[in-house]
Design a protein around this ligand. Sequence first.
Ligand code: FES
Length: 378
Amino acid sequence: MAEWALLPLRLFLGATFLYAGLQKLANPNFFRAPSPISIQAQLIAASHTSPLHALLLHLIRVAAPIGIVISFSEVAIGIGVLLGLWTRIAAIGGAILSFSLFLTISFHAAPYFTGADIVFFFAWLPFIITGGGTKLSADAWIANRVAQREGVPSPELVAIPFATVQQICGHFHQGACAAREGLACDKAVCPVLLGNRAPLVTRVSIDSVDRRALVMGGAVAAGVGAAALILGGVVAETGKLIGGAKPARSATTQFALPTGGSTTTTAPTTGPTNSTTKGTLLGSAKDVPKGHAAAFTIPSSGDPGIVIHADGAYFAYDAVCPHAGCTVGYYAANDVIVCPCHGSEFAVTTGDVMNGPAPHGLAKLKIVEGSNGNLYLQ
Ligand code: FES
């Protein structure tokens, strides 16, 4: 029953990792540096909040290869765990990956349990400790097959109730054990279970079965690994064909605010009254054409900010994701603001959450366009 009880968790973890790997491979924007949902954007965002900050800054340069390794690792782990093939090794890989993601992109998730990676890490532990079990497991199938060929009993453990042992041992009589000179029957000291019976199989034959099972398991794993590579490659090429022609037009300009002095400027505003108002000069509105965004630093908080030109107006937000503090970006292809870390999506015109896990929307900033063609933050 314990093995059956763990089966749903094993299948869930396997299916989830397989899906996560294929989803990355199917999305060419995951590997394109300018995209706000790319692995590079994720590393940059994570480098602001992760305790592995210094390491991530180095890894940004090799973001695309890292993305490929992560994607194929997830596919391999997913298939291994689904099939119950080299389950313990796959579970160790899954735990390492989950813990790495926790340290990089989920470290500041608040409350902590809203970041899935720490939960995944602990979900892997039972399979590291016990392996994949014997139910619907390629490992168990291989071990049994090799044992059959070698003519040794199945390595699968079979639980027998102690009452059955009492019935067949021949020493049990009304609660007393004749083999223990009439003392109470007790499974902890049962002479039948602990007895000096000859081993059913010799160590040599067990070693031989273990070796053959290892070789056969390795051959099956190599075959499945090759199939995973082909599957991943096909999915990646299909993703390029379907979505490759439509790259994410991130095109985010960086506004450099004046440093070393007051950033407050008198801004002549557009409108019927052409009045003036105070604000922080961001830059020229011409640098943010329709369907584009610009990034800047909010002087009052030091947070990253983003201004987006959409629907004939400018919308500005504090770009810190309310989930775990990554920096959001404008995903022009879908006209949505996205967080690269866990995929939260926010409406461009309101900043409201469209898809979690962000618990609430982005903090809106007030921005005006002056009659001189500049954008001002108020
Ligand atoms: S930090 Fe998790 S969705 Fe943004």
